[in-house]
Each structure stands twice: as C-alpha cells, then as structure tokens.
Design a protein around this ligand. Structure first.
Ligand code: ADP
Ligand code: MG
Length: 822
C-alpha cells in the first residue's frame, strides 16, 4: 500500500507540468492529472501538517475530483492555489523544529489497556454483560436505558462530545475556560475536614512547573471521607517533589486560576505513561440517561475496544482514498478515544460520511429498483387539451414555469414512474404547472387526483381549476371532510365509472371507498405535510401512478438530499412579472401603534390586512385564546369603525369557510387568524401582513406567511412584531427585512434553528443521524452523494459489493426507522 502513496514532491511537479501544458488535464501513464491529484490529496497529509492546513489538504481532493469539469480559467486558479499551498506547507514543515516544551508523557492507548479486562476472546455479537468492565447489573441498566445490547452496539455508540485534555499547557499560560492538562511537581499537599462544614473534606495540592504554580482542590462530601485515616492516606499518595499530571477546566476564583474538579495522577517519572483514562486525553462524553454515569459508559466502551479488530471494512480502499476517508476500525477507535483533536476530526468525518452515504445509496438503490419493477402509463404531451389550455390561460408562463412543465411532460411521456418534486416560492405559480400534468393524464385517457393538506387550500385549488376546466368542458369535483354524504356517493360513483377525470381534495381522498377506474397521476401539494403512509395510500389507488409533489417551502440542498434523495427535483425559481418586493419591518411592542396606523391607512384606501397569531401545537388552546382576545380588542378599541373577521383552527369548517369568504369578498377588510392561513390563501387585495410574536415562528414559515400579501398590483407590507428582548431573535428576524429569497431564508433557518424549523412540522421524516449535522456537514454530504451516484452508475444492483449491500440493508432501515421502505 505504502508504495502507492505518491510522494508530495511529485505532486508539485505534476502541478507545474500541468501549468506548462496549459491546463489540459494531462494523461499520464496510469492516471490523468486530475485523478493523480485527487488520489494524492486523498492520502493523509505529511506528518506535522497543522490542523487548519490538514482540512485544506483534504478539500483539495474534492476540488480536483471536479477539475475536468471546470472551465480553463478556474482550472488555472485551482492549480495556482494548490502550488502555493504546497509551497507554504513545505516552508512551514521544514522550518519549524519540534516545539521545545516539556512533553506530555505518553498516554497508553485506551484500547486493550484495561487491567480488569478478561482475557477471553470477546466477539462483536456478545452481550455486553460478558465484558468484565460491565457486569450483570450494569448490563441491565445499559440495555434498558440506552438500548445497548451487544459489544457492537457499544462500539457504535458514539460520544456526543469530547473534552480535550490532550493539550498540555504551562502553568503560566493557563486561560480560564479552556480544558487542559498541566504537569508539575508537588510543593504542598493537604487533606482536611472543612472548618465550616463537618461533612465536607477538602483536598489541596500545590504544584509548580518552571513557569509558575497553581493550587488544585478536590472536594469530597460525606462522613466517609472525614475519617482521619482516609485523609492521611490521600496525602501519602502525593509526596513532596513527586511529578503529577492534572486535567480539568481552567477556572478563575478569588485566589487566581485553578482547575475545576481536576483529574490528578502521580507519574513515576517524567517519561512514565499515564494510567488514568482521563488525564492527557481527548475524553469522550456520551449521551447518558438517568442512573448511568459517564464513567460507566466509558469503561464499558473501553471493554468493547478489544473487539474492534473484528469490525469489517465495507468500503473499498479505492473509494476511501478518493474521498480521503479513514478506515472504519480507526474511525471507531478514534471517535471514542482520539489521540488528538485532528484525529478526532478524521474519525468523525468518516463516520458522518457513512451516515450520509448509506442513506444516499439507499435512496438511489430504491429508485433503481422501482424503475426496474414498476411501469406507469405513458402520457402524450401533444394533445388537444394541452393545446387548448395554452390558449385560454390569461397570462404567459414564466420561463421557469415553462422549463418545469417540459421536465414534467417528459417524465410523463415514459413508462418509468415519475417521482418529481416541484419546489417554488410562494406565488411562483405551481398550481398551473400541475394542471399541465393533469391535462396530459386526462388527454391520454387517465384520471388524476390532487391532494392538499387543508380544506382551505383544497377549496382554493378547486375554485381556480374549476374556472379553467369549465372552459375546457371537463368535470372536476372537490372532496373534503365536509362534503355532504349524497355528494360523496355521487363522486365515488363517477370515479369508478371513470367519467370524473379529476378529483381535488384533502385527506378525504385516501379514505377507503374512494376508488378510481384508471388513476394515472397523483399530485400532492405541500407534500411535506403528509406522512409517508398517507402518500402511499393515495398511490395505491392506481397502478404505479406518476407522482408530482409540490412544496412552497424551499429547502436547502442538504435537506433536500436527506429527505428526498430519491426524488427528481424541479425548481420554479422565478416569480411572475409585476410582483413588487414586500416591504418588511421588524417592530417591537412599543412600536405597535405604527402598525395600526399603517393598517388604517391601507384599509381606508380599500386594501385589506391579516393579523396573525402563532399557534404552537402544545399550547393550542392558549394560543387560540390570544387570537380571540386580540380580535375583541381590535374590534372594540382599535378599529371600531372597520369590520373584522376571525379565523382559527378550532372553528368548524363552515365557520372557517364563511370567515374566509367574507375576507375574500372584502366584507371584513381585516382578518385576525392563527396559522391556519399559512398555506396558499390567495387574496390579491390584501396588502398588510402583521405577525404577532413573530419570534415564535421559523423564518421559512414567516416567509410563507408574508407570501399571502404582495399578490396583487399594490405595494404590500409585512410587519413582524416581536417583544423578545434577546438580540438573537431580532437578528434572526432581520433576515426577512433583507431578503425575499426563500432559499436563502431557509438556509438561514437551518443555521439558526435546525431542520425541524424549516419544515415547521413535527413529522418531518428526517432520518435520525447519530453524528451528522445538516447545518455543518454539508460538504461531506455532497461527497457521500457523489460516491453513491458513482457506485450506482457502475453497479446498480451492488452485486460486486456484497459488503456494502449488507451494510446498506442494516443502516438504511435504521436511519429511516424502516418507514421509507414499504
Ligand atoms: P403557488 O406557487 O404559491 O402555489 P399559485 O399557483 O397559487 O402559486 O399562483 C399564484 C398566483 O399567480 C395565482 O393567482 C396564479 O394564477 C398567478 N400566476 C401563476 N403563474 C403566473 C404567470 N406566469 N403570470 C402571472 N400570474 C401567474
Ligand atoms: Mg400553492
């Protein structure tokens, strides 16, 4: 293996030749230039490379993987950058002699270090009770509380954090707030009962190194320790002049700096190795549960380390090299007990890669299988209905709409089932795009179903589509929870005979008696609001129908890949012409009167306003109360001269519809509402959106709410009221003042609050990663996706990679709780 590792001087040479030949990605004997560079940077950087440079080194692997796709100018600058990087790195490495500090004595490797470990062979599948470090009682609590059953479970139980005691610092250079290890000689040692508290024992140690001295304290509560003999024994362990190592968090107290609750160990000599499992190490911190201490888990994991050599590496060397990945055994060992922070970084990177990789591979594998086994009806894009529709629509499609329509029509013109997600900001015009798909199905003799998450939204789709369908002489019906029984029966009958080509509705569509004669297309609006099962139920009403999903919640690519890695995604990234940006302002409670003034002015000019209250599911009752109270207050004291409507989720659907209709017809120019209004309500005459307690919403949710105004030709306003005092909340909200771009806003949401907030729902269907963070590991996710795509391209059934296939089966199910595999 070693002979394959390219010498990094050769790297510099390759770069300079590539530059001389004009950046043509030269082909060498064995590799092209870009492959050689990618491989070389995929190897570990030279010994001694500092941490920040190590990361850059790794990044070059990725960047050269894409070299051949770059235009010449970018090739040139990449080559230049790499040359400079290598030059500087070489300078650094060759000019810096070893640091001249006294060295931290070697810590023994944690693996196989335990004295208590039984000698017997431990296998990965053994129950953890067989480990001497665990024992029967702990076995039970570890299994019950943390779900750890086998030795393998322990090894794959990753720490959630680490404390870095590996950094040795001179006493004079301690800084409060850092975790460190100091080494010094004992100058004084004391152990006594506290004069103020007879149950407290204080242990005091003064140590010094050549730069200074520090006093360390440990406290022992309980009468057990006030015993003189115990105290004397403590003192005897730290004779004057002996060398000790101590690790802990540096803290400042009134006597100066000290280490909080330090771990202390006496060393035989300066060169001796440290027995403690804590001192001088990067220490794992595990997710714990009641009644289980950190040390119990640490010890158990150490016991399990003996089995680490049995872990099989599923990824081939070539792939690991290409993406610069540590071997799995090393990664597991180092995620628990890393030798230093850099190694921890590599270990984490490998394991995060795995989490993403198997998920992506699972998505792609599933899609491949689907394509092999399922066939859908073929819909022709050229036909009377679509032609006619093109003539009757009152506007011309935006270029983005045209592009997405043609992507969809191409999908439908094939027997491979379409599984496409259309993402488009609020108001980007997704409905009409869906209508094209629906018409393609109908003109080919098939039926279509369109499902929306709320009655309000379903009804709105119905209204819009019925007006178009009338012109096309096509029937369409609406089915929701409040459809009358007689009407329901009629609809069911017409679906079965096939005379009804399109049914729009809510969850009512997936209730059982709904049977289609030839369901060929399913459209799901606001698809993230539906669970996997609900979607599957609707699909099962046809034979591999094509599926078009739509969402107005633009999600960052990281999220899109993790949630919909098996979908094709189209974006309507352009708004219809003539839309004005919505002027957005964050207001504090004191500035409320400004908001009311604005509403008054707009309403006086014939416009309309929303006043929105957040509803958080756990406190729905209270939130609805707040909205009702505010409704009364506005009606009685602020706007007694205007009609005001009220809309919230606890009203029955007739009242809801009445309230919405009254607002739509401008009988009530102002409506006070909870978030039921969020999705898709379309009242172009509304120009003011006032959101109360805005800090309780995610940014993407606010962006959706804001999309309720600015739908007509009038200038519109969004006022975000927040009485939160934290600067953080204000900073977060101000993103909306600055941007109208849904994708940018959701990126920011991901940074500020995490994935759950963007989707705004509980059941987001996100896999449960142990290590990976969507906000931080974006780059690794891209690599993993890239790797998965390449593998699927070469070997879609994974027959040449049985170990990957096996791992996939285990992991993919676990990641998605088994619920994506039907
Ligand atoms: P969303 O993407 O939020 O679902 P809709 O489909 O409800 O958006 O469309 C928003 C409004 O814009 C509707 O009134 C729709 O008729 C109108 N619209 C859609 N496409 C265009 C276009 N190309 N030009 C002008 N108006 C359009
Ligand atoms: Mg919509």
């Amino acid at each position: 293996m070693n002979s394959e590792i390219p010498d990094w001087v050769r790297l510099q040479k390759a770069l300079s030749i590539e530059a001389q030949r004009g950046f043509t990605d030269l082909a060498g004997n064995q590799y092209r230039f870009s492959e050689f560079l990618c491989l070389s940077f995929g190897q570990a950087p030279p010994v001694g490379t500092p941490g920040s440079e190590r990361r850059r080194w790794q990044e070059f692997a990725l960047r050269f993987a894409r070299y051949s796709q770059l235009p010449p100018a970018q090739r040139q600058s990449l080559v230049l950058e790499a040359r400079r990087f290598l030059y500087d790195l070489r300078q650094t490495l060759e000019s810096s002699p070893e640091l001249s500090q006294p060295k931290l004595p070697r810590t023994k490797p944690a693996i196989g270090n335990s004295k208590t470990a039984s000698d017997r062979f431990v296998s990965l599948d053994d129950p953890i009770g067989t480990l001497a470090e665990v024992g029967r009682i702990r076995e039970k609590s570890l299994e019950e509380r943390l779900g750890l059953r086998t030795v393998r479970d322990l090894l794959f139980y990753y720490p959630r954090d680490h404390i870095d005691y590996a950094r040795q610092v001179n006493i004079a250079h301690l800084v409060a707030g850092e975790t460190v290890t100091v080494i010094g000689t004992v100058r004084r040692c004391n152990c006594f009962t506290s004069p103020k508290n007879s149950k407290l024992t204080i242990f005091e140690l003064l140590i010094r190194d050549k730069t200074g001295q520090i006093k360390l304290n440990r406290f022992f509560a309980g009468t057990r320790f006030t015993n003189r003999g115990w105290q004397e024994n403590q003192k005897r362990q730290y004779p004057l002049g002996s060398v000790v190592a101590a690790s802990g968090l540096v803290r400042k107290n009134k006597y100066g700096l000290t280490l909080e609750d330090p771990e202390i160990e006496v060393l035989d000599s300066l060169g001796a190795s440290i027995e403690s499992l804590k001192i001088g190490r990067v220490l794992p911190v595990y997710p714990l549960s009641e009644g289980i201490t950190a040390d119990v888990v640490r010890k158990a994991v150490i016991g399990a380390m003996g089995a680490i050599s049995q872990i099989k590496e599923p990824l081939p060397v070539s792939l690991r090299n290409q993406y610069g990945l540590l071997g799995l055994k090393d990664a597991i060992a180092n995620i628990h007990f890393p030798t230093d922070a850099d190694t921890l970084g590599y270990a984490r990177r490998r394991l995060v890669f795995d989490e993403f990789f198997y998920l992506q591979l699972g998505f792609l594998h599933r899609r491949h299988q689907q394509r092999q086994t399922e066939t859908s009806a073929i819909f022709t894009p050229s036909g009377q209905l679509i032609e006619k529709f093109n003539q009757i629509i009152p506007f011309s499609l935006t270029n983005a709409q045209k592009r997405v329509v043609s992507e969809i029509l191409a999908d439908l013109n094939s027997s491979t089932p379409m599984n496409r997600l259309v993402q488009g900001d609020v108001g980007s015009g997704k409905t009409i795009v869906a209508v094209f798909a629906i018409l393609a199905a109908i003109q080919s003799g098939y039926q279509a179903a369109m499902m929306a998450p709320t009655e309000v939204l379903a009804e709105q789709h119905y209204r819009k589509i019925v007006s178009w369908f009338n012109l096309l002489h096509l029937p369409v019906e609406l089915l929701t929870g409040s459809t009358k029984v007689s009407k329901r029966r009629e609809i069911h009958a017409q679906l079965q005979t096939g005379e009804l080509p399109l049914l729009i509705g809510t969850h009512a569509l997936i209730q059982d008696p709904v049977n289609f004669r030839r369901l060929g297309l399913v459209v799901i609006d606001e698809q993230h609001r539906f669970g996997v099962q609900q979607r599957a139920r609707l699909l099962s009403k046809g034979q591999s129908p094509h599926v078009l999903s739509m969402t107005a919640t633009p999600i960052p690519r990281t999220l899109a890949l993790t949630m919909h890695g098996d979908l094709d995604v189209s974006q309507i990234d352009q708004l219809p012409p003539g839309r004005q940006p919505i002027q957005t302002t964050v207001l504090s409670g004191r500035e409320r009167s400004q908001a009311y003034e604005l509403i008054r002015r707009e309403v006086a000019q014939g416009r309309q306003a929303y006043v929105i209250f957040p509803v958080i599911e756990e406190s729905e009752k209270l939130d609805v109360r707040a909205a009702v109270d505010e409704y009364q207050r506005l009606r009685e004291t602020i706007f007694p001269d205007f009609q005001i409507g009220l809309l919230h989720g606890r009203m029955n659907s007739q009242d809801k519809e009445a309230a919405l209709n009254a607002f739509r017809d401008n009988q009530t120019p102002i409506i006070v509402a909870t978030t039921v209004i969020e999705v898709g309500v379309d009242v172009p005459n509304a120009t003011v959106m006032l959101v109360e307690n805005a800090e309780r919403f995610g940014l993407s949710q606010l962006h959706q709410l804001r999309g309720r105004v600015g739908r007509g030709s009038h200038k519109s306003y969004c006022l975000l009221m927040s009485s939160s005092k934290t600067p953080d909340a204000h900073q977060r909200l101000s993103v909306l003042e600055q941007s109208q771009d849904g994708f940018f806003i959701s990126e920011m949401d991901l940074r500020f609050r995490g994935p759950g907030e963007i989707l705004g729902t509980r059941q987001v269907g996100l896999p449960d990663f142990a290590l990976a963070s969507l906000a931080e590991d974006r780059e690794v996710l891209e690599l993993a996706r890239d790797a998965a795509e390449k593998i699927m391209m070469r070997d879609p059934t994974l027959k040449e990679m049985p170990s990957i296939k096996k791992e996939l089966e285990i992991r993919y199910q676990r990641l998605l709780g088994g619920n994506i595999l039907t």
